[in-house]
Write a protein that binds this ligand. Structure first.
Ligand SMILES: [Zn+2]
Length: 100
């Protein structure tokens, strides 16, 4: 496969949410397959869901599961994290400017 074929294939995966596209600090793009831990950010206004991950999220997730096992005695099989808020489009629609 030529590199453009690989790139097009990756774009298809991104469109179908099989991979997450992460911009590295140096401007290059890094792809992660979605066997990789991620969580969901959900817009409470329009319901849009985006997949979110960050370097070290796998450790946070492991920590969450281990702590849960310790505290509850459950044998952990997985987790599903959701974070709620207003997406950028809805913020713009509602005239909200986010403080940075
Ligand atoms: Zn929204």
């Amino acid at each position: 496969m030529g590199s453009s074929t690989i790139y097009n294939t990756l774009n298809t995966f991104v469109e179908h949410r099989l991979v997450v596209e992460l911009q590295n600090g140096d401007g290059s793009t890094h792809y992660d397959y979605f066997g990789t831990p991620h969580y969901h950010a959900i817009c409470t206004n329009c319901g849009k869901i985006v997949d979110v991950t960050y370097p070290g999220f796998d450790k946070d997730e492991k920590n969450l599961e281990e702590r849960t096992a310790e505290i509850s005695g459950y044998m952990i099989s997985g987790n599903h994290m959701e974070v709620y808020g207003l997406c950028p489009e809805c913020q713009a629609k509602l005239g909200i400017t986010q403080k940075k």
